[in-house]
Design a protein around this ligand. Structure first.
Ligand code: ADP
Ligand code: MG
Length: 324
């Protein structure tokens, strides 16, 4: 076996980044295999963007090292960046240029061969559903369209490793769908994907492994399903009734053996160590209140439960809040 076959796509060793008195990253170590989809999951301010900026050679760490396919990002920046696609958190689209001009500009920047630039631009604009709008200035594009164009620009050099900082944060449904489809396609082609997100469901859906990061420190790294297994004791019953009233949440929360309850849309999720008893008390409660149970099911822990447990964040009514 050739030595390259064993090499990780990304190797990060004891990375620390300080901004004055603030430690944004604290001794972070991990590696990402070739072809792996690796997610950095954490609340705002956790250090996700700081990590991507260091891994892509935009900013230097205070200490520690990072390498991409064996190339040290600080000492061997050009080689390390050769195989990289970078999609930063903020749009790098030029408003005064058309979608087409932005693509060609990006292709020039990445030294894409002249004879295939146009072909590549056409292919990517089509994939991201922007080809019809290619002669329009990016100025008038929606946030979702700009995001799609940014990603298209980041793919112009057929990267072997793609860095995406919050690829779908705050976008419309259609853009999210297109972006997730493209990411999934790249994963199938064997591209290594490193993405950051504060969206737990997104991490759960597309990542082979997830690092949970909070306040600059990694709290856990594992496959989503394995992370869930670590807190197998947390189970929940999800129930919906034929009508919802104001006090139901408080009432179901007070049922026997229920540790906590949250409202999730038209359903309630009741946390417990004893699902059988809770199902019984839910049925009795429904009968007493003249409610019909539309659906009821037992669920294992969600990635959100793991996230909350590891980060010490708090959940109120389904929304996660930091506690300081
Ligand atoms: N250039 C900077 N100067 C000072 N503090 C910074 C700078 N960039 C980031 N930070 C701080 O570092 C921490 C991590 O930020 P960041 O990596 O952007 O978090 P995330 O992307 O996870 O939301 C935050 O507390 C942020 O305020
Ligand atoms: Mg960020």
């Amino acid at each position: 076996m050739h030595i390259w076959d064993n090499m990780h796509a990304i190797d990060v060793s004891h990375l620390t980044k300080k901004f004055g008195a603030l430690t944004a990253l604290n001794d972070v170590t991990f590696s990402v295999d070739r072809g792996e989809t690796f997610g950095f999951l954490g609340p705002n301010g956790a250090g996700k963007t700081t990590t991507i900026r260091i891994l892509t050679g935009i900013s230097n760490p205070t200490s520690g090292t990072a390498s991409i396919f064996g190339h040290d990002i600080q000492k061997d920046t050009i080689a390390a960046r050769q195989s990289m696609g970078i999609v930063s958190e903020t749009s790098n689209v030029y408003d005064d240029l058309t979608a087409w001009q932005n693509m060609i500009f990006s292709a020039e920047l990445y030294h894409v061969r002249r004879d295939i630039r146009e072909e590549k631009a056409k292919e990517l604009l089509t994939t991201f559903d922007l080809y019809e709008r290619r002669h329009d200035k990016a100025h008038g594009f929606s946030k979702g369209m700009k995001r799609r164009l940014t990603i298209a620009m980041g793919l112009v050099n057929n990267p072997q490793v793609l860095f995406l900082d919050e690829p779908t944060s705050g976008l419309d449904v259609q853009s999210n769908l297109i972006i997730r489809e493209v990411i999934t396609g790249l994963i199938h082609e064997g591209v290594t994907v490193f993405l950051t997100t504060h969206n737990i469901e997104e991490a759960n859906m597309i990542c082979d492994r997830v690092a949970i990061i909070n306040k600059g420190t990694i709290a856990a790294i594992d496959a989503p399903e394995r992370l869930k297994k670590t807190i197998q004791s947390v189970q929940s019953i999800v129930v919906s009734f034929d009508h919802i009233s104001l006090h139901q949440l408080d009432e179901v929360r007070n049922l026997s053996m229920v540790n906590d309850a949250v409202k999730e849309g038209d359903k309630f999720r009741l946390y417990t160590e004893d699902p059988a008893t809770v199902i019984e008390s839910v049925m009795e409660y429904a009968k007493a209140r003249n409610l019909r149970v539309i659906s009821i099911s037992t669920l294992g822990p969600s990635l959100e439960d793991v996230f909350i447990k590891l980060t010490g964040l708090q959940r109120t009514g389904g929304v996660i809040h930091a506690i300081d």
